[in-house]
Design a binder for this molecule. Structure first.
Ligand code: AMP
Length: 284
């Protein structure tokens, strides 16, 4: 497995592989890899000849009061996991390699970045779209694998790729969960045993919402109320948002339409840890 730390060297590797007619699939991550990340890598390996994984904790996408400094960085374990899955190349740039001292260019995608995660985390998506642009320019892939766990992020990146004509296919890979249903996340490491149990309410709430829709309930408010009561039925959860939206535009509606695809979106603090999860449902 190649380990690459400079953008120029990454571009040279990509150029060489492309010259040899090898297709490239890219998996951007912030490390602290778990089986959800590995699932993206397995999908990448099935799809293309070469699988590149980046690990970069991107300061630009963290707010001033968020967990950038304490975000876990077990890089040696991450390298071993990537080798185990058969990754061909890890791109591990340092912050100064990505952002020079007088860096001032950012990418802004517009309306879809303004709601949900964008409303709660100011300039988060600007950080995400800027780093993904830079990583795409460094790795030049045919495919990029992203997790459904960060549903809005995938939509934002798909919009950016379409608007800016990046020649990459963005693939959304289903969320990988623990046996009890909790979505795998690097941030689960922050949870105490009690908090981890509390966090299961998020999945429960999503499944209640899904059940209501599948039984024919089309009123957003009653679906959201039901999900909220599940979340609030235990101590220690603070809801950030808990909503039903159109799965493609993320627009909120009062009444769901037949045959519409909707997404149930939850962000909640369990203790001081902010968790997100979602479920896509086809309205009958
Ligand atoms: P992160 O390291 O958290 O920035 O995540 C890197 C990529 O892994 C993103 O595309 C995430 O959506 C994806 N990812 C994170 N957790 C999961 C999961 N449980 N299942 C599938 N993909 C995930």
């Amino acid at each position: 497995m190649e380990i690459v730390r400079s953008i120029r060297e990454m571009q040279e590797f990509a150029k060489k592989w492309r010259a040899n007619n090898l297709s490239i699939a890219f998996v951007p991550t912030m490390g602290a890899l778990h089986d959800g990340h590995l699932e993206l890598m397995r999908e990448a390996k099935k799809t293309a000849d070469i699988c590149i994984v980046s690990v970069f904790v991107n300061p630009l996408q963290f707010g001033p009061n968020e967990d950038f400094a304490r975000y876990p960085r077990p890089i040696e374990t991450d390298i071993e996991l990537c080798k185990m899955v058969g990754v061909d190349c890890m791109f591990l740039p340092e912050v100064h390699e990505i952002y020079s001292e007088n860096f001032s260019t950012t990418v802004n995608v517009g309306v879809i970045t303004e709601k949900f995660e964008g409303a709660s985390r100011t300039s988060h998506f600007q950080g995400v779209t800027t780093i993904v642009t830079k990583l795409l320019l460094a790795t030049n892939p045919d495919w990029m694998m992203m997790g459904q766990k960060d549903y809005q992020q995938v939509l934002v990146i798909q919009k950016m790729v379409s608007d800016l004509n990046f020649a990459v296919n963005v693939v959304m890979v289903p969320t990988k969960r623990d046996d009890d249903g909790l979505a795998l996340s690097s941030r689960n490491k922050y949870l105490s045993d009690t908090e981890r149990k509390t966090a299961l309410q998020i999945r429960k709430a999503l499944l209640i919402g899904k059940q209501l829709i599948e039984k024919g309930n089309k009123t957003s408010k009653s679906i959201e109320d039901a999900m909220q009561s599940v979340l609030q039925s235990v101590e220690g959860i603070r809801i950030d948002y808990c909503s039903v939206a159109n799965a493609i535009t993320l627009e909120k509606k009062t009444v769901l339409e037949s045959k519409e695809s909707v997404v149930l979106l939850i962000a909640a603090f369990v203790g001081s840890t902010r968790l997100i999860d979602n479920e896509v449902v086809d309205v009958p």
